[in-house]
Design a protein around this ligand. Sequence first.
Ligand SMILES: [Zn+2]
Length: 123
Amino acid sequence: MKTCLECGRPFDVIITSHKKFCGRTCSGKVAIKLATNSSVNKRKQVHKKIKEYIIQWAKDNKELVLGTPYNKIKTTIRPLTDDIERQYGIKDIRVISKAVLGEDLGRKELLRFMKGICDEKLC
Ligand SMILES: [Zn+2]
C-alpha cells in the first residue's frame, strides 16, 4: 500500500512500482498545477526582465528622464514602451507599471521611479 501524494488515499501497488498517485485524476491534477506554476514563473521572469530593462534604459537616457516633466511622460517613454512591446509583447502601461513597481501605479510613478534611478550615484 502507498499513499497518494495528491489526495492522501491509500492505493495498492506492486512492490517495485514508482507510482506516486492513485490514478489519472490525481496525477492529472498535479500536472495542471505544475503547468500553472510554470506559466506564473515565466510571467514573473518577464516582469523581472522588463524591470531590469527599464532601469538600464533610465540610466542610458539619464538627461531625458531627469528633464521630463510629469505631464510629458507618454512622449518620453514612447521609445521605451515600443522596445518593450517588441521584445516582450507587452504594451499595456498598467502591466509595465506593475512589473516595475509591484502594482499598477501609473505612468507618473513609473517616471518617478526612473528619475530615482538617475539620482543615484551609480547612474
Ligand atoms: Zn489520489
